[in-house]
Design a protein. Structure first.
Length: 90
């Protein structure tokens, strides 16, 4: 999983408010940007997008994808049985 760069202040607020790194990644990737004074961006996920994400995630059970070089999608499939994998890269 990708790591998020955050200030000590942001880390403290994440802990206080119960926001995980995964949730922060979701906001970063699926959120919309709104410019703020001072040159920063405010990111959030609109309710409509949250509804679409929940629906898509609910339908992910049993699905798999194979990615090749340059992150190109090779194929997608229904995962109906155990998939044999290796831990090494050729």
């Amino acid at each position: 999983m990708e790591r998020i760069s955050a200030t000590a202040h942001a880390r403290a607020r994440m802990q206080q408010r119960g926001i995980s790194e995964l949730q922060l990644l979701l906001i970063k990737h699926f959120g919309v940007n709104r410019y703020q004074k001072g040159g920063n961006d405010l990111n959030f996920i609109p309710r409509k997008t949250l509804k679409q994400l929940r629906h898509a995630i609910d339908k992910l059970d049993g699905k798999a994808a194979v990615f090749g070089e340059a992150e190109a999608t090779v194929t997608v499939m229904e995962k109906t049985r155990r998939i044999h994998t290796t831990d090494y890269a050729a």
